[in-house]
Design a protein. Structure first.
Length: 127
């Protein structure tokens, strides 16, 4: 994953409020720390991201009909991706990832898109 992410970025994690507060928590985590958390977990985690277009037979209900959206303006892009996370095969959390992207000249002289920012919401899946 590090190859597709600019070094030293932080992720912004928006989490449900902790009672008695009604204000969502905003947590910033260095990307390296987030990757370490995910890769060192002993739980079997799988993240499913919504498609950009539903076709017959796709599970659009899983994401409440929401789809991935991508916007591009020159060398700037953003991807809005609804997701769900399965832990040990059971739906655990859902929300939306937002990836900010920039196009740059890659190591072999070819342009490539890289992530320059990440934010996400996550909430427990209603049971």
């Amino acid at each position: 994953m590090f190859k597709t992410v600019l070094p030293d970025i932080h992720t912004t994690l928006i989490r449900p409020p902790q009672p008695p507060s009604t204000i969502p928590r905003v947590i910033q985590v260095p990307i390296a720390e987030l990757i370490e958390r995910v890769t060192s977990s002993t739980e079997q985690m799988e993240e499913n991201i919504a498609l950009a277009a539903w076709e017959e037979g796709d599970d659009g209900d899983r994401f409440g009909g929401r789809k991935t959206e991508v916007r591009v303006d020159g060398a700037l892009g953003v991807a809005w991706t609804p997701f769900e996370v399965l832990v040990d095969g059971v739906a655990s959390t859902c929300g939306t990832n937002v990836f900010s992207l920039v196009k740059r000249v890659g190591t072999v002289g070819v342009s490539e898109w890289v992530i320059c920012g990440i934010a996400d919401t996550a909430r427990p899946v209603a049971g």
